[in-house]
Each structure stands twice: as C-alpha cells, then as structure tokens.
Write a new protein. Structure first.
Lengths: 163, 101
C-alpha cells in the first residue's frame, strides 16, 4: 500500500490497462474507464450533440446504451408524436386552400405535406441529435416540439362539431 | 452550405409570403364583411414572425455542425413553420365572429 501523490493517475492507467485487451485501440473499442470519463464530460449547452470546433462530424464512437429512464421517455414521446402525426393527417384531409390558382394550390399542398411530416421530423431530429446528451435535454426538446406542433386544425374542428 | 441556406431561405420565404399576404388581405376582407373590429392582429403578426424565427433558430442550432445535421434542423424548422401556419389559420377561422350579427 502506497499513498504517494500522483499515484491516482498511475492507478487510472493501470485500471484502463487491466480493463482492456491488446488490440482494442486498433478495433476502436475504448476501455470502460475511458467511456465513463467521456460521459462525465457532460452534455453541450443546447444538448444537440457535440459539434467539433472545425465543423467536422463528432467522434464516431457508439453512443452509450440508453438508460431505463431514456427508454421510457422515448416510448412516451413516440406515442405523443404518433398522435401528433395522426392529428395532422386528419387536419390536412379536412382543410383546403380555397384557391383556384395553381401556384397557391401547389404551395398549400407542399405546406400540408410538411405539416404531416413535422411530427416525424421533430421526433427524429431530437432523437438523433441528443443521443449523447442527458435524458432531460431530450425530453425538453421533445416537449417543446410537441407543444409547437399541436394539430390545432383538427382539434378545433372536433371541438366545433362537439358543440 | 451556402446553397443549402439559400434553398431553405427561399422555402421559408414561401411560408413568409403567405403570412404577409394574410396580414395584408385579411383586415381588408374583414372590413368588407363589416367585422373590421375583430381582426386577430396578434395571430396575424405571429404568423409573420414564425418563419424567420424558426429559420434563425435552425441556423443558430446548426452552427459548427456537420452538413447533414444542419439540413435536418432546417427541414424540421421548415415543417414546423408550415404546421404552425396551418394552426394559426385554423385559430383565425375559429375566432371569426359569425356574419350578420
């Protein structure tokens, strides 16, 4: 047993050595200690992944396995965004541009198509860009997206019919 | 990257054009119907502000990121702009007072 200062870093190196196999680096497998240290660095401010300073892609290592909390949050928001998408599909079926001009009609159809796709796009964007962030960051972005994308046209139509 | 930004600026411009058109035409239409006092100005102005706000947010969030991530953010923001435009249109229609009262 030695308590000399500076032993901590030596021990870290020994741990990393003990927890890895020869050839791991060539195969791109990081020892558990390195992965833990990478996770401890924390999430970036906006939570949408960690951009590199030179604009290149973030390091191509595998994201950490999802925690049970993240899995539950993902499942909940899959259902929420599925409902949003169904709501927009129903909205689009029951609204019309009311114009006979071709350009207006094309623009309207394009907008409707994007509105139908908005739920899937928002969920996918948050899912793919916040994989390495804290679960709360993903939940925050998913919540913001869900609030912005509430399909008001169909909700108002159903409310009007119910009255 | 410049091409991507210009392309999306044009697409956002299309959404902005529709919102500005509503802002200009709807008050005159309401005036014609005799409900000029009921113009939902807040919604009309919000409609005009949404596309540039979402474009700016997507560009800010996409800074120093790979091209694919920037494109994904811009497409999502454009889709959200159109969804919000439809929502605002539905809210405007729902708030229109009954005619002839």
């Amino acid at each position: 047993m030695t308590d000399r200062p500076g032993d901590a870093s030596d021990e870290d190196e020994l741990d990393a050595e003990a927890l890895s196999w020869a050839g791991d680096e060539e195969r791109g497998v990081a020892p558990p200690g390195a992965r833990a240290r990478r996770e401890q660095r924390g999430a970036d401010p906006d939570g949408l992944g960690e951009p590199e300073a030179d604009g290149s892609a973030p390091e191509a290592d595998e994201p950490p396995p999802p925690s049970p909390g993240r899995t539950v949050a993902t499942a909940v928001f899959v259902v929420v965004y599925l409902l949003i998408t169904v709501g927009w599909v129903m909205s689009v079926q029951r609204t019309a541009s009311g114009s006979t001009e071709l350009l207006v009609e094309i623009s309207w159809q394009f907008g409707e198509f994007l509105a139908m796709a908005s739920g899937v796009l928002a969920f996918g964007t948050v899912f793919s860009l916040t994989r390495r962030s804290a679960t709360l960051v993903s939940v925050g972005w998913w919540l913001l997206g869900a609030l912005l994308l509430v399909p008001w046209p169909i909700l108002l139509l159903l409310y009007g019919e119910a009255r | 990257m410049i091409v991507l930004v210009v392309l999306f600026a044009l697409l956002f411009g299309l959404a902005e054009l529709a919102a500005v058109s509503n802002l200009v035409a709807l008050p005159a239409y309401y005036e014609l119907l005799g409900i000029g006092d009921a113009v939902p100005w807040a919604l009309l102005v919000a409609g005009v502000l949404v596309p540039p706000a979402l474009l700016a947010a997507a560009l800010l969030l996409g800074r120093r990121r790979p091209l694919m991530h920037r494109a994904l953010l811009l497409v999502t923001a454009l889709a959200a702009a159109h969804a919000l435009a439809l929502s605002i249109g539905a809210l405007v229609a729902a708030l229109q007072p009954p005619l002839g009262v």
